[in-house]
Design a protein around this ligand. Structure first.
Ligand SMILES: *[C@@H]1O[C@H](CO)[C@@H](O)[C@H](O)[C@H]1NC(C)=O
Ligand SMILES: *[C@@H]1O[C@H](CO)[C@@H](O)[C@H](O)[C@H]1NC(C)=O
Ligand SMILES: *[C@@H]1O[C@H](CO)[C@@H](O)[C@H](O)[C@H]1NC(C)=O
Ligand SMILES: *[C@@H]1O[C@H](CO)[C@@H](O)[C@H](O)[C@H]1NC(C)=O
Ligand SMILES: *[C@@H]1O[C@H](CO)[C@@H](O)[C@H](O)[C@H]1NC(C)=O
Ligand SMILES: *[C@@H]1O[C@H](CO)[C@@H](O)[C@H](O)[C@H]1NC(C)=O
Length: 425
């Protein structure tokens, strides 16, 4: 027994010190997911975590605006896309022969766009060159997909062009189709935007792959192959030597997994809504007004899972109730603030647990998903915040920090979202 434990420990240690092979082939339908600051990422950032929360605010405002939007169809590339730089990236191969790109993942977006050769103002030196792909095809203005592009217009060459803004950036692109290869899966005639002009600095350098479930998302376009089913495990932002996974399709998905119903908001079909019914701090179910958690497709209110927001945001009355109970349970210490976090403690204190109570599924956050530690100030903060002030927000966002080292299963055909702990570090 003890020797088994030892072997396990040793193998974990070996695993820990192993350096990452960035070009290692992904297994079939299972893509490696890199954090933006991974050793395999060319897009490293040096934003402090206190500043990340401020960046997160822009993302949150964007999601809140999405939730309230009245729209029956979802554009292939949303006019109001994510504002901050992406947190997680995967390798996508586009064209024939394949041109590899490291695209940003976004579970709350249907958009797919890639910087193309000749692009004016794109920051990336890696560009997709349609002229070098035998399977590339530019979509014409009459193509049905063209109606779903934001502000589409017919270019002189009769191709389907569109303009859109993305945070502080604007892009000009045209709709194109090509073969997309993910791990060993081939998706023929995948429709995406080819960017030929960009301005601003908030675009993911090598493009975006939305995993939302709107009509023209990857999920909808690969319906035959993946049946609107996927799961992911996001690695911790600090473990730069590790990669997580994005597993596409119903095969090899966890069978024993806690699930909660996936809710659909027809007004915002790309978002993955769930029913958060309560939050427990320690053993106390916090007193939160029902309206702060209730799902309402008309107003966009409710709770979503999002991979692009870093820290969980709760609507103000919910956050205040959780925070107050959390503070009450930390004995002999007073909370201080740091950046946008208002519940921080220095030194070693004992923290209560926090459990999200979803319909039919309780998820207790391990300490790594609950607290963020500052290396400099010896400070630990509750890694959540209220919706920004002056925003009459109705949306709760379960963010990537709270999802790290969990497998999150999105199973659209069975209308369920599952969670289980998994160490993808
Ligand atoms: C990553 O792996 C390399 C090579 O084994 C090692 O030198 C480095 O310390 C590791 N970095 C982290 C953050 O674990
Ligand atoms: C995009 O906007 C620019 C500047 O307003 C305009 O010149 C161009 O024609 C637009 N392109 C498309 C495809 O709408
Ligand atoms: C892809 O599009 C081309 C051109 O329209 C068509 O000939 C081909 O059959 C399509 N392939 C698939 C698998 O849909
Ligand atoms: C917390 O703040 C109160 C009020 O200022 C003070 O009386 C108390 O000593 C402080 N406790 C600690 C542990 O610093
Ligand atoms: C952090 O806090 C712990 C517990 O109070 C203390 O032992 C340690 O010295 C502190 N470290 C720093 C760098 O202040
Ligand atoms: C979740 O926790 C609450 C409160 O502790 C409990 O009443 C409920 O039965 C739990 N739900 C599930 C699905 O385990």
């Amino acid at each position: 027994m003890r020797s088994h434990l030892l072997i396990l420990l040793i193998s974990l240690l070996i695993l820990k010190s192993e350096s990452i092979n960035c070009n290692e082939k992904s297994h079939s339908s299972d893509l490696r997911v890199f954090h933006i600051n991974s050793l395999c990422s060319p897009f490293k950032t040096s934003v402090s975590w206190a500043d990340t929360l401020l960046q997160d605010k822009a993302r949150f405002l964007y999601l809140s605006s999405l939730a309230g939007v009245r729209k029956s169809s979802v554009p292939i590339a949303s006019g109001r896309a994510i504002v901050q730089s992406p947190t997680y990236i995967v390798r996508a191969n586009i064209g024939t022969p394949a041109q590899p790109m490291l695209v940003a993942l976004d579970t709350s977006n249907d958009a797919a766009w890639i910087p193309c050769s000749g692009c004016v103002g794109c920051s990336s030196s890696v560009l997709f060159d349609p002229s070098k792909s035998s399977s590339s095809r530019t979509l014409q203005c009459e193509a049905p997909q063209c109606k779903q592009a934001p502000n589409p217009s017919c270019t002189v060459s009769k191709s389907c062009g569109f303009n859109m803004t993305y945070g502080g950036s604007t892009i000009e692109a045209y709709l194109t189709q090509d073969t997309l290869t993910l791990a060993s899966d081939v998706i023929p005639n995948y429709t995406f935007g080819c960017i030929n002009k960009a301005s601003g600095t908030s675009l993911p350098a090598q493009g975006l792959m939305g995993l939302g479930r709107g009509p023209l998302s990857l999920i909808s376009q690969s319906q035959n192959l993946y049946q609107s089913t996927f799961s992911y495990c996001l690695p911790n932002s600090k473990s730069s030597n590790f990669s997580g996974s994005l597993r596409l399709g119903p095969k090899n998905q966890p069978i024993r997994i806690k699930t909660t119903p996936l809710l659909k908001n027809p007004r915002r079909s790309s978002l993955y809504y769930v029913n958060l019914v309560g939050i427990r701090v320690g053993n106390k179910i916090v007193d939160i007004p029902t309206s702060a958690l209730a799902f309402d497709p008309a107003t966009g209110a409710g709770t979503i899972f999002d991979s692009g927001t870093v820290y969980t945001r709760l609507v103000e009355p919910a956050y205040v109730a959780v925070r107050n109970e959390f503070r009450r349970r930390v004995k002999n210490a007073n909370a201080t603030s740091l950046g946008g976090f208002d519940t921080c403690y220095s030194g070693s204190v004992v923290f209560p647990s926090v459990t999200f109570m979803f319909a039919g599924m309780n998820v207790t956050l391990p300490p790594d998903n609950l607290l963020i530690h500052s290396s400099a100030g010896n400070l630990s903060c509750l890694a959540m915040a209220a919706a920004p002030v002056n925003v009459n927000s109705v949306l709760n966002v379960i963010a990537s920090m709270q999802q790290q080292n969990h497998r999150v299963l999105i199973d659209v055909p069975n209308s369920r979202l599952g969670i289980s702990r998994e160490t993808c570090t």
